[in-house]
Design a protein around this ligand. Structure first.
Ligand code: ADP
Ligand code: MG
Length: 728
């Protein structure tokens, strides 16, 4: 092992865990750094509070006077808690969170300094948008962008800074973030779901989408991380032979959590509690040094904000423990990658989970309507659902090592599938007899009992029903959940609206309400058959079958992204006012641009490492062997005659690998140049990178990994998989 690697490992052992002894009760800490409605009540006048509450409930704008009052309250609270700065906090399309801090200070005429913050600063700001991806939106107009307060997500204090969640739009009004379209999609599904609920319960006035994400990640020792330029610059290892042992014994999953990791998790949870993120579950994941954290689900907009906040908090806290967090979807070849399952459901203001079978036939009918509408939405927009989760990282993860395949399908479980089959068989277009109706209702009524025993789970399904929610498993670990939530909620809303139209049309023709619902339910159930799949999502047969069923079987990111601008997607988004044509085009372009740039960086880093680290090291070792052979020949001619060939073959083998690597790096560089010079259009260039540059990454790695096995461990320049994955 090289000296650098050895000293890096030594420092691992000497670390003192921090955390548990300073831990406080969650119930005491929870929300300590959040400006909740409760705190608003303390800091606002009674009248202002009531006005704000009413405005928020009705989703109305907030006037300047009220904004001033809220701003004053927020400032008073934040300054008392030691905050010195404020920022509008938003999610630009590069996937991260953005903040520009301003201090509260203001200088008065007499030169004295006060803390100030008014309604104007709370409600709207104008950050320079020119350095955020805009897909051409800003080029043709102005660089300015606006951030505007989202009262649906409470302000919080992070790093002594008051953070105000905001949307981010261009000067011309086009959205430049995830939150703006997400809020529109959530409003759409609220309206559509309430209308369906009204068939069953007139009390329902509001439906919120709920989201519970499960964040997977790797923790890597900081010193080892720093010795891997590929991890530092691309977030993943571009080379590295698999360790003799990794996850094959399945001894990491749910195993006891190592002390140093535990200390990190403890501190992270404390910070999360303060920020009002209800983290609940933590455990080891399948791969060595891979872990998962999941909160209790929340309203989707808040949950998305909380996941963004969590990702940045994790990175910060990890440094306290001399770790680095890897959120990349596939940091290591050959072992599990990281995903972020999005558990999703709908919750009424009367407290009913619409994807949970209810207590009586009526509520079970309602459950079935929402169930089939969701499945049909997945069928209708399967390509778009894929487009919203693909990325360079996720492209490497999907389709293997326990990640779902790149074909969208829905798993319902045997029993639920059976109920749908029964409805399909029994309900006809003919009028049902009272007896038939009673029997069907009885069976529908039995769903909860059946479901209780229904524990079957299918780990290979990208979109699975898991008892009281759907679990969208194809989302990548580094993604902003907003991307998936926009598509899913809009797509389901579209189906709910169509369901309502069709049912109302039957009712108008004189069909009784419950029978009309049964009939449309049957139609929907039949229609969504092509996307229902209970079998093994990894099998070759499924790929063939899926293609026959008309599902998208593309696996490469650039091809999958095309669904964003398909006529279907345009109808969904533009007709429902979620994106304008221009916004949609812009997003499509940005996704391609990000893919292309990331791939370009990977290719450059690999080229550099191959030429500057790997080849020189291989040559050094080769020279040692050459010296050795020369010596043998001179001093021990008999031994040389006997085994000299073996030594020579090693030298030849190393030479061949060096030559192959060199040739491939030159070819890869040429491919990049060609792609850069041939296309101006981002999408075409991304396609060229995907087709002509990407394959080299694997090819070059192949020979480097071979060399790793041949070259003396002492001089190998990079920490190996066994060190990265087993130091903690
Ligand atoms: P598993 O690993 O079995 O999927 P976890 O406990 O890791 O289970 O995660 C389940 C996630 O699903 C949690 O975040 C949980 O809050 C969330 N969840 C449960 N019910 C709902 C619901 N109705 N809507 C959205 N998310 C939900
Ligand atoms: Mg799960």
């Amino acid at each position: 092992m090289s000296k650098i690697r050895f000293s890096a490992l030594e420092t691992v052992a000497s670390r003192i865990p921090v955390g548990p002894e300073t831990a406080q009760r969650a119930s005491v800490l929870f929300g300590a750094d959040v400006f909740t409605m409760e705190k608003m009540r303390l800091y606002l006048s009674g009248e202002a509070y009531r006005k704000l509450e009413k405005n928020m409930l009705e989703g109305e704008g907030i006037d300047r006077q009220l904004a001033d009052q809220v701003a004053a309250a927020m400032k008073a609270w934040a300054v008392e808690k030691g905050a010195t700065h404020y920022t509008h906090w938003f999610h630009p399309l590069n996937g991260s969170t953005a903040e520009k801090h301003d201090s509260f200070i203001d200088v008065l005429k007499d030169g004295s300094v006060i803390e100030s913050f008014d309604g104007k600063l709370l409600v709207q700001q104008e950050p320079d948008a020119s350095s955020f991806p805009s897909g051409g939106i800003r080029n043709t107009f102005e660089a300015r962008g606006y951030t505007a307060w989202d009262p649906g997500s409470p302000a919080f204090i992070n790093n002594k800074t008051l953070c105000i969640p905001t949307v981010f739009v261009a000067y011309t009004g086009e959205a430049l973030d995830f939150k703006t379209p997400l809020l529109k999609a959530l409003a759409l599904i609220d309206k559509a779901a309430v209308e369906i609920c009204q068939y069953f319960d007139k009390e329902v006035k509001k439906v919120s989408a709920t989201l519970g994400w499960e964040q997977e990640y790797f923790l890597i020792d900081e010193a080892l991380f720093n010795a891997r330029p590929d991890l530092k610059l691309t977030g993943r290892t571009l080379m590295g032979h698999s360790a003799a042992k990794d996850q094959q014994l399945e001894d990491h999953y749910f195993g006891s959590i190592p002390e140093r990791i535990n200390a990190f998790m403890d501190e992270l949870e404390q910070v999360c509690y303060r920020l009002g993120i209800p983290v609940k579950t933590r455990h080891n994941e399948c791969a060595p040094n891979q872990f998962e954290l999941a909160p209790i689900f929340e309203e989707a907009n808040l949950a998305v904000d909380h996941n963004q906040l969590l990702m940045s908090t994790m990175k910060r806290v990890a440094r306290h423990h001399r770790f680095r967090v890897l959120l990349h979807e596939k940091p290591f070849k050959g072992i599990n990658g990281s995903g972020k399952h999005n558990n999703w459901s709908l919750l009424t203001d009367t407290g009913v989970n619409l994807l949970s079978p209810g207590k009586n036939p009526k509520s079970n009918m309602q459950f079935l309507v929402f169930l089939v509408a969701t499945v049909r939405a997945v069928l209708e927009h399967e390509a778009l659902l894929k487009a919203c989760i693909v990325s360079l990282g996720n492209e490497q993860r999907l389709g293997g090592d326990e990640a779902p395949p790149t074909i969208m399908s829905v798993f319902l479980g045997r029993y639920l599938a059976g109920i749908l089959d029964e409805i399909e068989a029994k309900v006809g277009t003919e009028k049902m007899s009272p007896d038939e109706k009673t029997e069907l209702k009885l069976n529908v009524g039995r769903i909860p009992e059946i479901m209780r025993d229904n524990t079957d789970r299918n780990r290979t399904s990208p979109f699975a029903f898991t008892g009281n929610r759907f679990e969208f498993r194809a989302v990548g670990s580094s993604a902003n959940c907003g991307s998936a939530m926009i598509v899913l909620n809009a797509a389901v809303a579209e189906q709910l609206m169509a369901f309502k139209r069709e049912t109302d049309a039957l009712i108008e023709k004189g069909v009784k309400k419950d029978e009309a619902i049964f009939q449309v339910l049957r139609q929907y159930s039949l229609a969504c058959k092509p996307v229902r799949f209970e079998g093994n999502g990894y099998s070759k047969e499924w790929r063939e079958e899926a293609a026959k069923r008309g599902l998208s079987v593309d696996t490469d990111c650039v091809s999958c992204l095309k669904a964003f601008v398909s006529p279907k997607a345009r109808r969904l988004f533009v007709d429902n006012n979620i994106y304008t044509e221009r916004e949609l085009e812009a997003r499509y372009e940005i996704k391609n641009e990000i893919y292309l740039k990331k791939l370009q960086i990977e290719s450059r880093v690999l080229g550099d490492l191959a030429l500057n680290h790997i080849i020189p090291t291989a040559i050094t070792y080769q020279n040692t062997l050459i010296e050795n052979v020369k010596g043998l020949k001179e001093i021990l001619p008999n031994v040389y005659a006997e085994i000299g060939n073996v030594q020579l073959e090693s030298i030849r083998e190393i030479s061949r690998h060096i030559a192959d690597i060199k040739t491939l790096v030159v070819e890869m560089t040429e491919a990049r140049k060609k792609a850069n010079n041939t296309y101006i259009n981002e999408v075409e260039r991304a396609q060229a990178y995907s087709d002509t540059v990407r394959p080299y990454l694997e090819k070059i790695r192949y020979y480097i990994d071979k060399l790793e096995l041949l070259v003396d461990d002492e001089i190998w320049p990079l920490p190996k998989y066994r060190e990265l994955l087993f130091s903690r």
